[in-house]
Design a protein around this ligand. Structure first.
Ligand code: FAS
Ligand code: PHB
Length: 399
């Protein structure tokens, strides 16, 4: 089979890329290792930057987002038993975030792609990529896989590696061609989904001597909550009442007036934390996008949003190539994306470093963190810094 762009991975990056290419009249085929239901059921991101929400709306996949997305113009930092609101209207020029789960983002994109006749292979096995190293016009990159037990081959002009951190595309690039930049954190997040109305209208990031906690949400009926834990925490040692107890402790206010509403926990899991970037994000006619190229600690709520900005850059570059033969945007894809990626890496590292317990015995670090939180919540300049990064920095100018 032949197509213009072969896309490995049917998560947010792969599906959004296929959608954006379709809008520009460019054919693609998505090869996804899992079933549609599995991809939609995976509990992942919850926060869209203003730019991501605008992109989905402007490209025709934002109807449910407009109906169900919860627009937030602020976020709370809670420390020393007191809450401090960062006001986006005041500090981020009125830009906001939209709380809308990744599950629904991918479901909306699946619906749009399939309604438009998009080709998606689900439950593909033994996926491999070939002949992508030659950037010349004679190149004939290929994706090989098995679907329903039958061998398949897609010959294409370009391959987009949107197969996440554990995918096959990045490792298929010859050794020595990529440089890895990585930091692994000495903690993870234990996250729960609970059938409990959120106990706050906005997200709460809490710094506590027992460790970080985050109150987020999925809807007016479903809460999403996290506590810092060890990176290899055994979830079986965390019965529901122990989780709730830890959340009550870490989120409590000194005046005792704020209450956390409990409810049945319907999902729980532990996620490790790392910062990771590969440079460059391309090799010949293979382009990496999203988690295949970079990972951020979720403290800054950037993972899904970076995937969206990568594929927006890539779709524009490919559209220019097909429209006019222009090659510079394709050649500069990685350079253009990395400027915004590294700024998001910095912000995610900064939020993580400010809010998590690294070494409980290091009294200096604890005082320094409290001073940083005090500064961010009492300085207009400092709170503007947090706000403008949190709602999302502008897209990079296309080189
Ligand atoms: P994804 O990993 O989402 O998608 C890759 C797709 O490729 C998957 O569907 C996978 O099945 C498929 N695939 C893998 N190997 C393949 C192969 N060999 N062949 C074909 N297909 C293959 N971000 C936030 O902003 N906030 C959060 O709270 C948050 N929580 C997270 C929790 C967890 C456990 C994880 C792992 C990530 C979390 N993230 C969060 C980040 C996450 O949302 C990613 O940034 C986002 O899913 C990136 O999208 P993709 O790049 O499409 O990668
Ligand atoms: C979430 O709702 O899952 C979420 C929100 C903000 C974060 C991380 C995760 O920083």
């Amino acid at each position: 089979m032949r197509t213009q762009v072969g896309i490995v991975g049917g998560g947010p990056a792969g599906l959004l890329l296929s959608h954006l290419l379709h809008l520009r009249g460019i054919e693609s085929v998505v090869v996804e290792a899992r079933s549609r239901q599995y991809v939609e059921d995976r509990v992942r991101a919850g926060v869209l930057e203003q730019g991501t929400a605008d992109l989905l709306t402007e490209t025709g996949v934002g109807d449910r987002l407009k109906r169900e997305g919860m627009v937030h113009y602020g976020v709370e930092l809670r420390f020393g038993g007191r809450g401090h609101r960062i006001d986006f209207k005041e500090s981020a020029g009125g830009r906001a975030i939209v709380v809308y789960p990744q599950n629904k983002v991918v479901a909306d994109l699946f619906d749009a792609r399939l309604a438009a006749g998009g080709r998606i292979f689900f439950e593909a096995d033994d996926v491999s990529v070939h002949d992508f190293g030659d950037a010349s016009a004679q190149a004939r990159p290929k994706i090989r896989f098995r679907a329903s037990g039958q061998p398949q081959e897609i010959e294409c002009d370009f391959i987009a590696g949107c197969d996440g951190f554990h995918g096959i595309c990045r490792p298929s690039i010859p050794g020595g061609a990529l440089t890895v930049f990585e930091r692994i954190y000495p903690f993870g997040w234990l996250g729960i989904l609970a059938e409990a109305p959120p106990s706050s209208d906005e997200l709460i990031y809490a710094y506590h001597e027992r460790g970080f906690a985050l109150l987020s949400m999925r809807s007016p009926e479903i809460s999403r909550l996290y506590i810092q834990c060890t990176p290899d925490e055994d979830i079986s040692k965390w019965p529901d009442d122990r989780i709730w107890q830890e959340l009550h402790t870490r989120l409590a206010t000194a005046d005792g007036k704020w209450k956390l509403t409990e409810g049945p926990i319907v999902q729980k899991g532990v996620t490790g934390m790392r910062s990771f970037v590969v440079e460059p994000m391309q090799y010949g006619r293979l382009f990496l996008a999203g988690d295949a190229a970079h990972i951020v600690p979720p403290t800054g709520a950037k993972g899904l949003n970076l995937a969206a900005s990568d594929v927006l850059v890539l779709s524009r570059a490919l559209a220019e190539f097909y429209a006019s033969g222009r090659k510079d945007l394709i050649e500069n894809y990685s350079k253009t994306c990395l400027r915004r990626i590294w700024k998001a890496q910095r912000f995610s590292w900064w939020m993580t470093s400010m809010l998590h317990l690294f070494d409980a015995d290091n009294a200096f670090d604890r005082r320094r963190q409290i001073a940083e939180l005090d500064y961010v919540t009492s300085s207009r300049a400092a709170s503007q810094t947090l706000a403008e990064n949190y709602v999302g920095l502008p897209m990079e100018p296309v080189n």
